[in-house]
Design a protein around this ligand. Structure first.
Ligand code: PLP
Length: 431
């Protein structure tokens, strides 16, 4: 049955992030259902969803709270357009997220996927300067190896070659600046590089966009909160917006609800983008939080000074209801549980520190990663396939193996993950 569904899928479905000519060698798993952290295929085998289905699934695949909220909303109002209408789930969600920033980011714009949220933040930044008579400010700064999505605007501030190179002729030019990486100990150097670009170009620069604390798609590249604090000061000094893309790292992944909270900076960023975990892997939703200062730049009798951007499903009521159920969990102590789960993971994987086959075992909240020293050819694909034999669904990035599991880790699960990862390493690094 798996084979049949996989065969039909390869014929009819164009899979994302996949060279289809190669897909036949590692056909897609035909998943029938999900329960907690486990996915079950059509033949009854099970796999632990170690990457939370591309980082979205915070509470497992059958979370009664989130699913119940969606069902209730489905019987009331699945969707209504958000221009000229409004609804309780969107308003409540906006109010609650704003409250989590102490009101500093008090205005919320909704969309449906992460890349769109990035587009919105870029457009709002540029347009807010333009409305202040500073239309020269139209350049963006991003970090080396950073990832912000794959639509044309988001790709222009993304520095992952494999996603970007083919489309390079279509992309606006961004300044790509050295990124901080704890493995290299280069924070001061990265900040100096940022200062140099801002000093030279600030009159032309609208915003700096970063993934705070962890560059996910780069391979879980981590930096200290002190970098963010210094970056906030720098962007203030040069009158440039700071966009924190928390699409992957937000919603408690890093240990705080927003990763930027750890920066203990004097002020919040000008924009935060959220998506992925905000509906815990149930429905597509993204959003951009921004300040009253930005919002006021659009306030005018003149329609064209407004932010006229929209998407058909902007502020979808079902998705907003799901997100409110996610926030309920955080109101009820989720961060404390995440801290406990992070400690369980750290403890379980500690023996890997002495394993000569790996380097840079690292962790930020409920993300654990390490680099494989001599990965060999097509390591990621081989590891992914071998891990299936150990009931693990996992996709390394290059030679970086990482876990970004649902927030459902207990002692037994942490032990299982360690055992499966080590057994997979043993299979893949045979000589
Ligand atoms: C996934 C991701 C995006 C893009 O989100 P999509 O929903 O895939 O468009 C943007 N930024 C970061 C940091 C991400 O991890």
């Amino acid at each position: 049955m798996t084979d049949d569904l996989a065969r039909r899928s390869l014929a009819a479905v164009w899979h994302p992030c996949t060279q289809m000519a190669r897909a036949a060698q590692s056909p897609p798993l035909a998943i029938a259902r999900g329960e907690g952290a486990w996915l079950h295929d059509v033949e009854g085998r099970r796999y632990f969803d170690a990457n939370s289905s591309w980082w979205v699934n915070l509470f497992g695949h059958s979370d009664a709270g989130v699913i119940g909220a969606i069902k209730q909303q489905l019987d009331t109002l699945p969707h209504v357009m958000l221009a000229g209408c409004t609804h309780e789930p969107a308003v409540r969600l906006a109010e609650r997220l704003s409250a989590r920033t102490g009101g500093a980011l008090g205005h919320v714009f909704f969309a449906s996927d992460g890349a769109s949220a990035v587009e919105i933040a870029l457009k709002q930044s540029f347009h807010s300067w333009r409305n202040q008579g500073l239309s020269k400010k139209r350049e963006f700064v991003c970090l080396k190896n950073g990832y912000h999505g794959e639509t044309i605007g988001a790709l222009a501030v993304t520095d992952v070659q494999i996603f970007r190179d083919a489309y390079d002729p279509l992309l606006m030019r961004a300044h790509i600046v050295e990124s901080p990486d704890e493995r290299l100990g280069n924070e001061a150097q990265a900040l100096a590089a940022m200062r140099a670009v801002l000093e030279a170009r600030h009159e032309h620069i609208a915003a700096v966009i970063v993934e705070p604390l962890v560059q996910g798609a780069a391979g879980m590249v981590m930096h200290a909160p002190s970098y963010l604090k210094a970056l906030r000061e720098l962007t203030r000094e040069f009158d440039v917006h700071l966009i924190c893309d928390e699409i992957a790292i937000g919603c408690g992944r890093s240990g705080t609800f927003f990763a930027f909270e750890q920066a203990e900076a004097a002020s919040w960023p000008d924009f935060i983008t959220l998506s992925k975990g905000i509906t815990a892997g149930t429905l597509p939703l993204s959003l951009v939080l921004t300040t009253d200062a930005v919002y006021q730049c659009f306030w005018s009798e003149d329609v064209t000074r407004g932010f006229l951007h929209s998407h058909s499903y902007t502020g979808n009521a079902l998705a907003c209801a799901a997100a409110n159920a996610v926030l309920d969990r955080f109101d009820a102590g989720q961060l404390q549980r995440n801290a406990e789960q992070a400690a369980l993971l750290a403890h379980a994987f500690a023996p890997l520190r002495d394993d000569p086959r790996i380097a840079h075992l690292r962790q930020r909240g409920v993300i654990l990663a390490f680099d494989v020293q001599h990965p060999g050819e097509r390591f990621s694909e081989r590891f992914h396939l071998a891990a299936r034999q150990h009931e693990l669904l996992i996709r390394p990035i290059g030679n970086t193996v990482y876990l970004m599991p649902p927030y459902l880790i207990d002692q037994a699960t942490a032990g299982f993950l360690f055992k499966s990862v080590v057994e997979t390493l043993n299979d893949v690094l045979i000589d």
